[in-house]
Design a protein around this ligand. Structure first.
Ligand SMILES: [Zn+2]
Length: 430
């Protein structure tokens, strides 16, 4: 579906791509934003009553799934997969620290160590986590600008500890088909670090296994369950874990899982910041997400997981034809005034102009180079400006050098993200 806003930039109901094309060809609308694709109508719609949609979030450490769902019809209106740069942020900070440390040791361009004049403000997160939380908040804010959002659903924890504690539903018989079984499985996966408790295998399907088998009087409680691969489960048979040669397994299962391991600091931080937006926020568990997805017979993908978050997931979820927008966080600029080599010495010329002919590095542009040139053709991609005007355009097909800035027309200003829809979105149409 295509997002639509009216002339006053108020979000309206999203429309079908065919209708969007008609609006564009009839001159009734213009493209307002490329990613996500949004039209702006050329007239006001004063009595419009757009139906509120729900934005669903499944935050993970590398990729966050995003989905905009119409609760009443079960239609997934829009989907995206947001790739974070948390690990990159950490690597760059480690590099900077090593550089400064080296300079101090050698007494070159000495920068005194500063630690006693620092304090961390309320709600401080490590930079790598902060970057992830901010990315998700940015996208929630954007989606609210382009489409009528009335509620938010977020996956908060992996499993529901309350569901685990009720004795009548903690049984292993629930592992197929019932919600509590998914919560039990998520709990065990977290507890056993997704490994077989006996041989430590990670790359094979794991079965829920009784430490003291039912036949020997073992219960179905979570404290008697662990995960094992099929060969280990078969080999163990009706033996107790001690007899099978693994006395530590029982002790490990009895120990309660620490809260810190079960929940994720950045998810809680995200929840606190989402709560500050004046919208109802619903939270779900990972077990519920997986159960919703399996019940509806859907494949595993970040954006489908997002659409399945929480109790509010519509019974029939329509995902046919939905192509997720792949969003990758890249950051905007470097604050470093001069690039250094591994030893902290200046390696390149100092930073020069970043704006050339009104465009800057990171803008997505369309360049039409006329025929006499050897570079003749149409290019669509990400711009890297050069002060001399001869620029580079990078797309998924590679980098083309020496395209003059006068042939470029900006489609989408650099906003710290790169985008890809399917495979063809950023390739040059030569
Ligand atoms: Zn095993």
């Amino acid at each position: 579906m295509v997002f639509v806003v009216d002339v006053d930039r108020r979000p309206l109901d999203p429309c079908h791509p065919a209708r969007a094309r008609r609006l564009l060809t009839q001159g009734k609308a213009a493209v307002w934003w490329c990613y996500p694709f949004t039209l702006v109508l050329k007239r006001a719609v004063p009595d419009a009553k757009p139906q509120p949609l729900r934005v669903n979030l499944d935050p993970e450490s590398r990729t966050t799934g995003l989905a905009v769902v119409h609760d009443a019809t079960g239609q997934v209106v829009w989907a995206g997969e947001l790739t974070h740069r948390g690990h990159h942020v950490k690597a760059r900070l480690d590099q900077r620290r090593a550089c400064r440390h080296g300079q101090r040791q050698r007494h070159t361009r000495y920068r005194p160590q500063r630690f006693e004049n620092r304090c961390r403000p309320e709600g401080w997160l490590p930079p790598a986590l902060e970057s992830r939380v901010s990315n998700v908040l940015t996208w929630v804010t954007r989606l609210r600008r382009y489409t009528p959002i009335g509620a938010i659903s977020q996956e908060l924890v992996r499993f529901d500890t309350q569901l685990l504690e009720k004795p009548d539903i903690s049984g292993v018989k629930y592992q197929q088909g019932e919600l509590a079984g998914y919560e039990v499985r998520e709990y065990l996966l977290e507890k056993c670090a997704r490994k077989c408790a006996y041989c430590g295998a990670t790359d094979r399907p794991l079965q829920v296994e009784h430490i003291v088998p039912n036949a020997r009087g073992g219960s179905n409680r979570v404290s008697n369950l662990t995960l094992a691969c099929e060969p280990c489960n078969t080999a163990k048979g009706t033996q107790i874990a001690d007899e099978f040669g693994y006395p530590g397994v029982q002790a490990h299962a009895r120990r309660p899982l620490k809260d810190a391991a079960a929940v994720n600091a950045s998810r809680w931080a995200l929840l606190h910041r989402l709560s500050a937006i004046a919208l109802p926020v619903e939270v779900g568990t990972g077990g519920r997400t997986k159960w919703n997805r399996t019940q509806r017979g859907l494949a595993k993908a970040h954006w489908i997981d997002a659409a399945c978050v929480g109790v509010s997931t519509p019974e029939p979820l329509h995902i046919a034809g939905v192509q997720p927008l792949h969003i990758m966080a890249t950051g905007r600029h470097s604050r470093q005034m001069c690039r250094t080599n591994a030893f902290g010495f200046p390696a390149k010329a100092p930073k020069t102009v970043s704006v050339v002919a009104g465009m800057r590095t990171g803008d997505i542009v369309r360049a039409v180079v006329p025929p006499p040139s050897s570079k003749a053709g149409v290019y669509l991609g990400r711009l890297a400006v050069r002060a001399i005007g001869s620029c580079n355009i990078t797309s998924s097909a590679g980098t083309v050098q020496g395209i003059h800035i006068r042939y470029c027309r900006p489609l989408h200003r650099g906003d710290g993200y790169t985008y890809q829809k399917g495979e063809a979105a950023l390739s040059p149409h030569a």
